[in-house]
Design a protein around this ligand. Structure first.
Ligand SMILES: NC(=O)c1ccc[n+]([C@@H]2O[C@H](COP(=O)([O-])OP(=O)(O)OC[C@H]3O[C@@H](n4cnc5c(N)ncnc54)[C@H](OP(=O)(O)O)[C@@H]3O)[C@@H](O)[C@H]2O)c1
Length: 287
């Protein structure tokens, strides 16, 4: 099966390539060779390659910068997704679009199901939600939208990499303890996407993260423990919990963006991996 992977140099893109099943013939491109904001280029590329499946792992993921550069974020997250959906429709290919827990405001207090109402708090979430809507509309509901959260992988710009760097440089760090979510290794997400690639009848919105719940503070403590155990850190540093109000950011973040994954787990027949175990495995191979 020929599969076009966009955003192939990103965290998820690289893990999709790494975990691809033997029968997949990947066409892996990033913005340097396939800029998804260019509608005509996307149409021509897709018509030339004629993949059976397109996995859109390309996105504007700079959440805070999106507040200042809304049009640039929208061009990738909404228009870019729509261009891929149009091109996929043009050749009868399936599209798997990746989205985010930031489509929710985080005040519900229980894990979000795919059908729960969306209320993004900032530009990034709003542009990702608009991308979901365009993709589902253009595909007549046949596309699959997979929402995920707190993604990390070796080699990416992510919370794990930032914590490991700060823990090596400083004697103490402060980390927000009143925002909850689920850390997700890009590899487990990639493996789930390949399982969905074998289920062309699955359409609409699904949720995928690793299992469990954490605050950023919990996550930081676990990164330190696992980082020490894996030999990535030499000595422990003090980690102080602080409220989000003490760490203001341009974009507001959901207080509790935990996603309900039960439908995905049942549909794919997988046993969920707890985020802590996923972190341990990821750090064992951290470069
Ligand atoms: N990271 C997270 O915590 C997180 C959480 C929830 C959902 N998600 C979603 O998960 C998906 C994968 O995220 P990720 O963490 O793998 O992101 P990432 O590491 O930032 O990768 C995104 C990739 O998209 C590329 N890209 C940006 N603009 C593009 C364009 N116009 N045309 C083609 N490619 C373009 C980027 O290239 P450049 O680096 O050259 O810009 C980058 O290689 C995204 O849909 C994201 O919204 C991520």
């Amino acid at each position: 099966m020929k599969v076009l992977i966009t955003g192939a140099h990103g965290q998820l893109g690289r893990e999709l390539l790494h975990t691809r099943p033997a029968e997949v013939e990947p066409v892996a491109e990033d913005a340097d060779r396939l800029d998804i904001t260019d509608r005509e280029a996307v149409r021509a590329f897709v018509e030339g390659e004629r993949p059976e499946l397109i996995v859109n792992a390309a996105a504007w993921t700079a959440v805070d910068r999106a507040e200042e550069e809304a049009e640039a974020a929208r061009a990738v997250n909404e228009a870019g997704a729509a261009h891929l959906a149009e091109a996929a429709e043009g050749i009868g290919a399936r599209l798997i679009q990746i989205s985010t827990d930031f489509v929710f405001d985080g005040v519900q207090g229980t894990p979000y199901r795919p059908e729960d109402p969306c209320r993004p708090l900032g530009v990034y979430g709003a542009t990702k939600r608009a991308g979901e809507e365009r993709v589902l509309e253009i595909s007549g509901g046949r596309a699959l939208v997979v929402r995920t959260a707190w993604v990390y992988a070796a080699g990416g710009a992510n919370f794990v990499a930032t914590m490991l760097r700060l823990m090596a440089e400083r004697d103490s760090i402060r980390v927000v303890d009143d925002q909850l979510g689920t850390p997700t290794w890009a590899r487990t997400l990639a493996e789930a996407i390949w399982k969905w690639s074998e289920r062309p009848e699955v359409a609409g919105i699904r949720h995928w993260t690793d299992a469990g719940v954490a605050s950023w503070y919990d996550f930081a403590c676990a990164i330190q423990e696992e980082g020490l155990a894996a030999g990535l850190l030499e000595r422990p540093v003090r980690i102080d919990p602080i409220p989000g109000s003490a760490w203001p950011t341009p974009a507001k973040r959901p207080a509790c963006g935990v996603l309900d994954k039960h439908r995905s787990w049942e549909e794919l027949g997988v046993s969920p991996l707890h985020w802590r175990e996923a972190l341990r495995r990821a750090l064992a191979g951290w470069a």
